[in-house]
Design a protein around this ligand. Sequence first.
Ligand SMILES: Cc1cc2nc3c(=O)[nH]c(=O)nc-3n(C[C@H](O)[C@H](O)[C@H](O)COP(=O)(O)OP(=O)(O)OC[C@H]3O[C@@H](n4cnc5c(N)ncnc54)[C@H](O)[C@@H]3O)c2cc1C
Length: 381
Amino acid sequence: MRIAIIGRGLIGSAAARHLAEAGHEVVLIGPGEPANYASHPGVFGSHYDEGRITRGLDRMPFWSRVSRASIARYRGLEAATGMRFFTEVGTLMAGPDGSRGIADVADVAKRDSLECARFDAKALTTRFPYFQFESDTIGYFEAQHAGHISPRNLVKSQGIAVHKAGGRIIDAEVDGFDEIAGGVTVHFGAEHLTADRILIAAGGFTNGLLSDALPLKVYARTVALFEIGAAEAQRLTGQPSLIYLGPNGEDPYLLPPIRYPDGRTYLKLGGDVIDTDLTSQEARKDWFRSGGSAEVGAMLTDHIRARMPELEIKSTHIRPCVTTYTPSDHPIIDLLSERVAVAVGGNGKGAKNSDELGRLGGEAVLGRVAPDLALAASVAA
Ligand SMILES: Cc1cc2nc3c(=O)[nH]c(=O)nc-3n(C[C@H](O)[C@H](O)[C@H](O)COP(=O)(O)OP(=O)(O)OC[C@H]3O[C@@H](n4cnc5c(N)ncnc54)[C@H](O)[C@@H]3O)c2cc1C
């Protein structure tokens, strides 16, 4: 079958790989990362970064399952494509003892028999001396099959695998599509192509291709990058990814030192406390072009100074991103018509598990939709 996948991000490129490896004629269409955000007139993606936390532990069984399925394939994909994207430094989830968030983590670890060690506040200080925690904190440390991935390199790796399996990649933004007798015509610039079926995986910009048909919320997000020097990077060797589950539902997350394409090393902190819904394509583009929120950046800077008081920060930078939420907190991976499918809704955590979400997207476009991921399941939630 000839299948066009719209969106060359984490989910779309994974779907393209799975479908190409299954023997389908695959065309993956989407633009790359813009060189200059401020002047870019087109769409953006949520994977323009070097660090995304990965872990099997998740409060929701669905997310834990798809994450573990994806993580189990990381090393094989790296070996097959020669592109490294996984750094296995482990992930620590911490929070106040007795709070809902950390109790859920303990339950999930038990339910899914996930190997993770429990640390009380004193043991946390000994094992992770660079972090400062409140005296009632406990933590669960997943040392293996967890840490962080480079989303940019994961997309590259999937692209290499698509080519190896005989798929085609087109660097273009799709303007729209028409369902015609026996197929779907996809338009991009002055060109078009026809496929038997299409899968739309355009992240926060998906509704722009669907006249806002899906019940998605696209939230503005700001992250802060803290540059450190070589001595600091050396001191922090082995630092894991950290998610702090606060008592009021806040969950700031911190990536350990990672070398970025500019040759410098940064820690990254995210965790907006206000959800600003970007309700139009232009609002989403404007948000990326704006460079992010200075106010959130200041809040994140205060937070890192409290969590890592000894950190020697050389410079601080903020970056914009968006996260796409569904009513059910599960992605929507469904057929919208006989020939048009969609795979969208990372709900703020769709990078680590994107390989499995892409595989499920491939299944959906072939007509095999998982009932809990259908649009109806999301609307009913
Ligand atoms: C700040 C931040 C931190 C995050 N941290 C984590 C984390 O630690 N761990 C984790 O697991 N997840 C994390 N996430 C979530 C994760 O990055 C997203 O869930 C994931 O990127 C979603 O993948 P996607 O393929 O749906 O979207 P994207 O990765 O955004 O890909 C969509 C692609 O579609 C393309 N596109 C859009 N419109 C069109 C069009 N008209 N034609 C063609 N192509 C189009 C875009 O160019 C883009 O490449 C984070 C997200 C953000 C914003």
